[in-house]
Design a protein around this ligand. Sequence first.
Ligand code: COA
Length: 137
Amino acid sequence: MSGAHNPPDQPDPAQRRLALRVVTMPRDTNPYGTIFGGVILSYIDQAAFVHALCHGDYTWVTASIERVDFLAPVNLGDVVTLYTRTVRAGRTSVTIAVEVETQRDPAIDPVSVTSATTTLVALDAHGHPTPFAQPGP
Ligand SMILES: CC(C)(COP(=O)(O)OP(=O)(O)OC[C@H]1O[C@@H](n2cnc3c(N)ncnc32)[C@H](O)[C@@H]1OP(=O)(O)O)[C@@H](O)C(=O)NCCC(=O)NCCS
């Protein structure tokens, strides 16, 4: 049974979803030649939105990005992959963990470069928070 013995701080990778994969471009670089943190934040926001759609077809807005850890630099030309999983499904909000990895060398394991936790809220047609129907993945 997959993940049955994973400790709480080591989430089962099988539970996470591939939300986004992008290649970093020259326009994304900071003055040091690595990728600007704000670009990574934008990817995280997009990945969380894609994940939130698993909970239903609403207008999902970002209420907060509660924590972001930049663990390692992202390099120009890196293929960046964002994985997501639901950590809390509330009444109208869902809290999503986002893991960002790069695969620099096919021969070695992916490098974990950023992790984040973000909360999105489902809005109805009038822009008010609305209970979402689907418990999600
Ligand atoms: C997020 C927003 C909809 C919350 O509106 P609100 O009237 O304060 O909502 P409520 O107090 O009824 O809370 C609704 C849910 O959001 C959660 N929430 C509200 N503010 C939050 C915050 N800052 N962080 C985390 N969760 C939050 C509440 O806990 C509640 O969750 P639950 O229903 O699962 O228990 C509103 O503040 C907003 O529209 N913000 C702008 C969003 C935006 O433009 N984002 C950027 C572009 S996507």
